[in-house]
Design a protein around this ligand. Structure first.
Ligand SMILES: [Zn+2]
Length: 296
């Protein structure tokens, strides 16, 4: 059996900073409902719920980021890019990073190498065609990657992925065990730092959803942010504008940004910038071999 490489910590942040933070906005729209159930295209109310992000949430998010003078990463499914091209251009022109988030927000679990690669190619094509952006970053829809994802991304020139959950710190992930393997920067995520678990509620589409008090989400995220700052770690928050763009929730996000602004040594930046910094550290890539099933 191949050994799993243990993480090296801490990592050195740029001079003047003790910790990093990324605000990641996953631009799931109608696509995320359509991929779960194509029949939702006939349900205008469901479609309108999903469109809230593009029509109402994102403009609010952009204003908020502008007021705090922050740059964020927007992970965009190709379908969203093609359905809302003007909005995506506005995000791009505001200087935010636009990264890859599948095409129709497809669940990648169980797909073949060729199927996964084809979806990633289709997403790249949308970003290039509509925005003239060649993405360097990828976040798998549902954070569902395979043992082939790193190789597929590296073959297409990607610098980083942000879908795994085995660390609080970015690291270099080897595409496979063994000599000559390339590596991709991994910027890990966490279910606790995702607004989906707090606010996703669409009956018969998203399963048993919840609608939590924004104050509860704010309290959780502020606690995690405080500890990330103390442990010189990387706070990676995942926000869906169709959920968190609503009034009470955007106010909670604003409060979180106020807390961030009061942390003088917190580097709040895009995943692309974090990945470039990590690449410059020359870290030894970690290997995460697929577990064996022991014989009985
Ligand atoms: Zn998503």
């Amino acid at each position: 059996m191949n050994d799993v490489t243990l993480p090296a910590a801490p990592i050195a942040w740029p001079t003047g900073f003790r910790a990093a933070a990324n605000l990641g906005f996953d631009l799931d729209s109608e696509d995320v409902a359509l991929t779960i159930d194509p029949g939702t295209r006939d349900r205008l109310s469901v479609m309108s719920h999903q469109a809230y992000g593009a029509l109402t949430g994102v403009p609010r998010v952009l204003d908020l980021l502008d007021r705090f003078d922050l740059k964020a990463t927007f992970f965009a499914p190709g379908y969203t890019v093609e359905r809302y091209p003007d909005l995506l251009r506005r995000i791009r022109d505001a200087g935010h990073e636009i990264a890859h988030h599948g095409y129709l927000h497809e669940a990648m679990a169980g797909l073949s190498y060729a199927e996964e690669a084809a979806i990633i190619d289709r997403g790249i094509e949308s970003l290039e065609k509509v925005l003239g952006v060649r993405p360097v970053g990828y976040r798998a829809p549902l954070w569902e990657t395979s043992y082939s994802t790193a190789e597929i991304l590296l073959d297409r020139g990607f610098l980083y992925d942000s879908s795994l959950m085995d660390s609080d710190l970015p690291y270099e992930l080897a595409e496979r065990p063994g000599e000559g393997a390339r590596s991709i920067v991994e910027i890990p995520v966490s279910w606790a730092l995702d607004d989906w678990e707090q606010f996703a509620f669409v009956p018969e589409v998203f399963g048993p959803g919840v609608i939590e008090d924004p104050a509860k989400a704010l309290s959780m995220w502020t606690g995690e942010l405080t500890e990330a700052y103390r442990y010189e770690s990387c706070f990676t928050l995942t926000i869906h504008p169709f959920l968190s763009g609503r009034l009470g929730r955007i106010r909670a996000l604003e409060s979180l940004l106020e807390t961030m602004a009061a942390m003088p040594e917190l580097w709040v930046t895009t995943c692309g910038e974090i990945a470039e910094h990590v690449r410059g550290l020359d870290l030894v890539p970690r290997v995460f071999p697929q577990p064996d099933i022991p014989e009985r």
